[in-house]
Design a binder for this molecule. Structure first.
Ligand code: NIG
Ligand code: FE
Length: 414
């Protein structure tokens, strides 16, 4: 099957060479072709170019109508499998309680765990599929989904099975992460190490036996898992072949970045509290700093120092953190806008951060995240807009005309 996309005003995000992330100054480079066409063959990008489109080669033709085409978003950090919602906590926060105070009162992650344990796998799948269809229609083509609202062996497995099923039943590319160490359940309040033992000795082997996870995560932060506990869990994960992608430095300079890098994390995520020492450690590593400005916006926390990181030569990825407590949105275009508004990133930098660097942060850099011959044809076609810089600028507008995943139309406005 050959599909041609013609009438593209700007084809953006082209990476021709074997380049798997963009760091430092190169983060502001976006290769484009104006007045372009793109040919898809067998789900992959076969060819693209400027000027007259090779219509004879195609069986199907999609007219982009003068819209922009760019790589579908690669959202490398979400918790989109969850039950119910937590809008009341949002209200309490506005009334003056902090995220940590809400968590201490049995709200937060434990509240979602209570709801999830009561929800059947089928119902959890149904609720999660609504969010899945929503993010596809907004232009996401690949996503990482974490467990971490089960906090028992059975409920963690339930979450991961649902996440895997989303990948099997939709055109979205899904990578899954075991996050049993997301919070300490009430029963372990006074014996936290016993919960760490449960994660290592029971949850992890069960997750590995069913091959339900690609990565392992720990919420390493003040009031949650210590760097020592995190190290233990990550070393146990490595024995099952799970590379870390961890939550670090969201609430304090917790030592999370260091423990992540030491354990060869593919990414360390959040990083609101990152100083010179952490930047120096990241510069010695192949770990992708993954920033989640949606959580900073929603929780009224500091934003991660993206500008400082990029100026120091680091790459950064941007992800949505889609979850019921700290970022109830999977809108990657809004995340790009926040990258500009609150982190002083450039339009080209936010696009690289949301595509190729996000792909790297889930181990998909060889197949996703750029317009490259031989990569999966995951593309967004926009409505006619003045140029690529317009996308993060028009922060409240959707602007998506069509989303192409695996070479086929997965969502269409008309
Ligand atoms: O990434 N920080 C830890 N986990 C989530 C929040 C989860 C929740 O509040 O439900 C996060 O922000
Ligand atoms: Fe998160």
């Amino acid at each position: 099957m050959r599909t041609l996309i013609k009438n593209i005003s700007v084809l953006a995000g082209i990476l021709d060479e074997e380049q798997y992330w963009r760091a430092g100054k190169a983060m502001s480079r976006i290769e484009t072709i104006e007045k372009a066409w793109l040919l898809i063959e067998n789900e992959l990008v076969a060819d693209f170019g400027k000027g007259n489109a090779p219509e004879k080669k195609a069986v199907e033709v999609i007219d982009a109508g003068g819209g922009i085409v760019f790589p579908a978003y690669c959202d490398a950090h979400t918790h989109l499998v969850y039950a119910g919602s937590r809008e009341d906590e949002f209200m309490y926060k506005v009334m003056g309680l902090s995220y940590e105070e809400i968590a201490k009162r049995g709200g937060g992650i434990l509240n979602s765990a209570k709801l999830l344990r009561k929800t059947s796998e089928e119902e959890l799948f149904r609720q999660s599929m609504e969010r899945t269809h929503e993010i596809i229609s907004m232009g996401t083509g690949a996503v990482e989904i974490k467990s971490g609202y089960g906090l028992t062996v059975d409920d963690e497995l339930k979450m991961l099975r649902v996440a895997r099923r989303i990948g099997e039943t939709t055109p979205l590319t899904v990578r899954t992460t075991f996050l049993g160490a997301h919070a300490f359940p009430e029963e372990y309040r006074n014996n936290r190490d016993a919960y760490v033992d449960l994660v290592i000795n029971e949850m992890l082997p069960a997750v590995a036996a069913e091959q339900l996870a690609d990565f392992i995560d720990v919420f390493c932060d003040r009031g949650f898992f210590t760097p020592e506990q995190t190290g233990r869990i990550l070393r146990a994960g490595a024995k099952h072949g799970l590379q870390p992608k961890i939550h670090a430095n969201e609430l304090a300079s917790s030592g999370g970045i260091q423990v992540g890098v030491k354990n060869h994390a593919l990414s360390v995520d959040h990083l609101e509290y990152t100083g010179d020492e952490e930047i120096a450690v990241l510069l010695t590593s192949e770990t992708m700093p993954t920033l989640l400005p949606g959580a900073s916006l929603f929780l009224e926390m500091p934003f991660a120092p993206a500008r400082k990181m990029i100026n120091a030569g680091l790459p950064v990825a941007l992800a949505s953190d889609y979850n019921p407590g700290s970022s109830p949105s999977g809108n990657m275009k809004l995340i790009m806008s926040l990258g500009m508004m609150q982190m002083k990133m450039l339009p080209s930098e936010v696009l690289n951060a949301a595509t190729i660097n996000g792909a790297y942060a889930m181990g998909l850099e060889k197949t996703h995240g750029s317009v490259t011959r031989g990569k999966v044809a995951n593309l967004v076609i926009t409505q006619p807009v003045p140029g690529i810089n317009y996308l993060p600028y028009a922060y409240g507008s959707d602007l998506v005309e069509k989303v192409i995943l695996n070479g086929r139309v997965a969502a269409s406005r008309s």
